[in-house]
Design a protein around this ligand. Structure first.
Ligand code: BGC
Length: 286
């Protein structure tokens, strides 16, 4: 079946920005793959924000094909000289080591051990940088958003299909923390406190918030952060549950809300471009 791309205008038009500051950010989630061209100077999305459903099952080959379709559409308002030069960053919901995805909690198990960065670069014929989805969302917030200029320990949590975490000390990322998988009452925490768990368990906001509060108390006791930043789908509905939380650590909502992953992915792409040559053409997955 042909992929359906849903598009929303960002409000900033291609004519208003310097193409040299642009990169494409993609955010690979359990239900959708979202992407936009981003002005890395300020994190603003430029042109249309696109979303395509995540293929089910989410096999690497299928997912990369959808990403390639998104990238082509996103770059199309620019001429080839400019649009083809935009590097691509991808936030992926797995731990990542040496450019390969090494876990697969909410996506197809065939991502375990997949050399994602290399295969995506080959498929898209561009510089591609990958990062854990929560890590890149956290980078966007720490560099340009709610965590900007915040010293000490800052923890970003993305609450969506799974629960992702990004740990920063004085603005420096400690990657792949995977705190959503800490054990809580004998179970993986994200099985109780993700947005997907709230739906699956049919919990009221208040009942769901009790679990989230326990989890935050646990993080408080383990890390003593100066600030929590909430992102992911749940950051859009924070009014429904923030008043039930009893932790002492201040909580900020991601300034980029659910787009933090897209913005952070563009940031890592932009940084990578200065270091990596454009990959030579070869058939992907051969
Ligand atoms: C994954 C993390 C990811 C988080 C949010 C978890 O299940 O293990 O890598 O950051 O979901 O997508």
């Amino acid at each position: 079946m042909a992929t359906e791309y849903k598009s929303t205008a960002s409000g900033t038009t291609p004519e208003e920005v310097d193409p040299g500051d642009l990169a494409i950010g993609l955010d690979f989630g359990g239900s959708g793959i979202k992407g936009a061209v981003v002005d890395v100077a300020n994190g603003r999305l430029v042109g249309d924000r696109l979303r395509a459903p995540t293929p089910q099952p989410s096999l690497p080959r299928e997912v990369v094909a959808v990403m390639d379709g998104l990238v082509r559409r996103l770059a199309s308002p620019w001429d080839a000289r400019e649009g083809d030069a935009f590097p691509v960053g991808v936030g992926i919901p797995t731990a990542i080591r040496h450019g390969a995805t090494v876990t697969a909690a909410n996506i197809d198990p065939s991502w375990i051990g997949f050399p994602a960065e290399q295969e995506m670069s080959l498929a898209m014929r561009r510089v591609v940088a990958i990062g854990n989805d929560a890590d890149v969302a956290g980078l966007a917030e720490v560099r340009l958003g709610a965590g900007r200029d915040k010293p000490g320990t800052v923890i970003m949590l993305t609450i969506g299909t799974g629960v992702g975490s990004a740990l920063f000390v004085d603005g420096k990322l400690f990657p792949n923390t995977e705190l959503g998988h800490l054990e809580m009452r004998g179970r993986d925490a994200e099985e109780r406190i993700s947005e997907a768990a709230r739906d699956r368990l049919g919990l009221s906001w208040k009942d769901w918030a009790v679990g989230l509060d326990d989890y935050l108390h646990m993080l408080e006791r383990l890390f003593w952060p100066e600030l929590f930043i909430f992102g992911g789908g749940a950051s859009k509905r924070a009014d429904n549950y923030l008043s039930y939380l009893t932790i002492k650590t201040p909580i900020a909502l991601a300034s980029f809300r659910n787009n933090a992953g897209i913005v952070g992915a563009a940031l890592i792409a932009y940084e990578r471009r200065s270091r990596t040559p454009i990959p030579m053409a070869r058939q992907p997955f051969s």
